[in-house]
Design a binder for this molecule. Structure first.
Ligand code: 9PG
Length: 691
């Protein structure tokens, strides 16, 4: 790639006197006692830009930013990474607006401090079309498959913000370091520019950072939040646990969410809905063969907590020494000061009890952004957040972490799993909220969007947690008010399964109808997917991916207008459809509003291949071995198959019948677009126990 242009300014004050110094890509700038030293080098992974500031006496930085020339045309799309896990993220166009909490409603929001959930207190929101920003990294997509990445290599010195004005083809890069006092050296920027395919530039960025994901497997599981919310009890938790064990559902993680504690912050004070405490529950979960998980917000303390009322001095305060509110959740909450020794000891003790005494093996650590809500004179937000992640890692040791509500860069390589989108809602999207409140609000639409657009982090930074899928109907569960339609539930189900690798639900599976149950069971086995290509055109999402040797196509219409797309150049078996349905190569697929369809690509020509199945949502992924010998068919299934259904296996031209498992099976014939399919049908009985 060509060397990017760099035209920057460092603004600071020294002894109360304001000054500014320009910098470029090369050549140092000096004034008495201060030197700015840029360096631009070509590495194995791209073009690296570093900017160091050396100062003999203390300076207080006001701003550090530069303009660069990554945008070619007004029609370029720019991926802008939202500030934290929940912030909406996608490839933006010049028609998009980015909006923070409504200024008009500010008095209303004052109590809830909605601006503190994101970057509203320190990043400008002009609400103008095409004037947008993101954190830590961005990429520009012109017409085709090539993208130009700009990625921060080091946020321990402060968050990097990338701001664009697509109408004017401008991009500026700034460091969130306003108010930082520096003496000696400050590494103001460390960035990689790279050009290539999205996968290519992501590989190179992570290689240049030398960040590797912690070892962690894809997991299936259950969490209490999206059915019971805070309204949980021992009885509810154990009843749901039993529902999985009785039915021999092969989930791996069973996680208790918010609601067990007397107040947020008082993690060791379990409320009276759990009369026996949590240790016996963790034991029961382990006896059932699952990994016990628990939620906590380790830096948070709500107004009514004993933690906050007894130790207000452990919390971050404003410049006048008053408590600095982090947000409106619960009875409003505050964040512990990471640099207060007693606060640190308290957090260490909490983890020691939860992990070692109670025996939990996985913690979902939430509302983490709170800890860096207020930069210090000696530390930027980015530095605080990175140090906080190191501290949490040290506290949790070898046990596992799901990061949540966290700026992503500091979580790279530090947590096994990480939420990359906002909360699933029981409705698709509250438009009014979208227009008026913070970008982090629960929205199924935004959650799905982030799962697709942040897919490149999965397996590079951590395992992506797309949040839960829900399959229950509207009158099931405590929260009988689920208004997601069948199609919307199917979209979330597929997108989570394709792009995420932590597959949780919150449904009470006892309440499933037979159809809901079979849909749920069709998610087993969870199999690794390799994404080959993705296209997003408005609300039409399509993707090609593979599972082992098998190829798949997925399409969803996430909007309210009917859409059409073309199937790949192969016979396509439509998943979850009965009777079996094969589509001709390159047929047009009509997608009604809010529908999703997944297809197995099968040429059908060669014998002894799975050419369709209704057992798995990803037809064929449940089959670990298929072969034939004369007329005898050998078929092996994954251990975690539970659903019932039919598997369609192609047979040789001359085979009039097939022998399988001591039975004789007939051969069927079908012609789809002048391709003849000869196949046999194997009925798989449900291994599911109970109703
Ligand atoms: C427990 C929940 C669940 C959930 C988390 C988190 O923007 N917001 O106002 C907002 C509030 C709560 C929230 C997400 C966003 O939920 O993501 O899975 O654990 O806390 O309280």
């Amino acid at each position: 790639m060509k060397v990017p242009q760099i035209k920057g300014t460092l603004r600071f004050s020294r002894n109360g006197v304001r000054a500014a110094m320009p910098f470029g890509a090369e050549g140092s700038t000096r004034v008495e006692g201060i030197a700015i030293e840029p360096s631009i080098t070509e590495t194995a992974h791209g073009i690296r830009f570093d900017l160091r500031v050396h100062t003999q006496s203390e300076i207080v930085i006001d701003a550090a930013f530069f303009e660069t020339d990554l945008i070619d045309t007004r029609n370029d799309r720019v991926y802008l990474n939202g500030y934290q896990s929940w912030t909406d993220t996608k490839e933006f166009t010049r028609h998009d607006r980015m909006t923070g909490p409504s200024k008009l409603l500010a008095p209303l929001f004052e109590k809830h401090k909605v601006q503190r959930y994101g970057d509203y207190d320190f990043q400008g929101y002009s609400r103008r079309r095409g004037v947008l920003h993101g954190a830590s990294y961005a990429y520009v997509r012109g017409g085709g498959d090539t993208v130009r990445l700009i990625g921060s290599l080091d946020e321990t010195s402060g968050f990097t913000f990338i701001k664009v004005n697509l109408n004017k083809k401008r991009m500026a890069v700034g460091k969130d370091c306003t108010g930082l006092a520096v003496t000696g050296e400050y590494r103001a920027f460390s960035l990689l520019f790279a050009e290539g395919t999205l996968d290519g530039v992501m590989d190179r960025w992570f290689a240049e950072m030398n960040i590797k994901p912690l070892p962690a497997l894809p997991r299936t599981g259950w969490t209490s939040w999206y059915n019971y919310y805070q309204d949980i009890s021992e009885e509810i938790i154990l009843d749901n646990l039993d529902s999985f064990t009785e039915r021999k559902i092969p989930i791996e993680v069973f996680q208790i969410d918010d609601g067990y504690q007397t107040a947020v912050g008082d993690w060791l004070s379990v409320n009276d809905r759990f009369p026996n405490g949590l240790k016996p529950i963790a034991d029961r979960i382990k006896e059932a063969g699952f990994i016990p998980g628990i939620w906590l917000a380790p830096f948070a303390g709500e107004t009514k907590s004993a933690l906050f009322t007894e130790h207000p001095d452990w919390f971050i305060s404003d410049d006048e020494g008053r408590p600095f509110c982090t947000g409106g959740n619960w009875s409003a909450f505050y964040a512990l000061d990471l640099y207060n020794d007693e606060a640190r000891s308290y957090i260490r003790h909490v983890f020691d009890v939860i992990l070692n005494d109670w025996g939990f093996e996985l913690v979902k650590l939430d509302f983490l952004y709170g800890v860096c809500i207020k930069p210090r004179r000696d530390k930027t937000r980015g530095q605080i957040m990175c140090e906080a992640m190191d501290f949490l890692r040290e506290c949790v040791g070898e046990k596992q972490i799901i990061g949540c509500g966290v700026p992503l860069w500091p979580a790279f390589g530090k947590v096994e799993y990480c939420r990359i989108g906002t909360d699933i809602d029981l409705q698709w999207h509250n438009r009014l909220y979208g227009l008026l409140i913070h970008r982090e609000f629960p929205s199924t639409k935004n959650a799905v969007q982030n799962s697709v657009f942040r897919r490149h982090l999965d397996g590079r930074a951590f395992v992506n947690d797309p949040d839960v899928f829900l399959l229950r109907h509207s009158h099931a569960g405590r929260q009988g008010n689920i208004t997601l339609t069948e199609g919307q539930k199917k979209i979330v189900f597929y997108i989570n399964n394709i792009f995420g690798n932590l597959l949780f639900t919150s449904d009470n599976i006892r309440e499933y109808t037979p159809a809901e149950r079979n849909r749920y069971l069709s998610s087993f086995p969870l199999s690794g997917k390799k994404i080959r290509s993705v296209s997003v055109d408005g609300e039409l999402y399509t993707a090609r991916f593979s599972i082992g040797e098998r190829e798949y196509f997925f399409a969803s219409n996430n909007g309210t207008k009917p859409r059409r797309t073309k199937l790949p150049d192969s016979l396509c078996f439509r998943a979850l459809s009965r009777p079996p349905c094969w589509f001709a190569p390159e047929s047009t697929l009509a997608l009604a509003p809010f529908t999703a369809e997944c297809f197995l690509l099968c040429d059908g020509g060669t014998p002894w291949k799975v050419i369709g199945s209704t057992v798995s949502a990803f037809p064929g992924s449940e089959v670990t071995g298929v072969s034939g010998n004369g007329e005898a068919l050998i078929l092996e299934l994954a251990e975690t198959v539970r659903a019932e259904g039919e598997i369609y296996v192609s047979v040789p031209e001359n085979a009039g019948r097939v022998q399988f498992d001591k039975t004789i099976l007939p051969v069927s014939e079908l012609t789809v677009a002048d391709r003849r399919l000869r196949y046999t049908v194997i009925h798989i009985k449900s291994l599911y126990k109970g109703t």
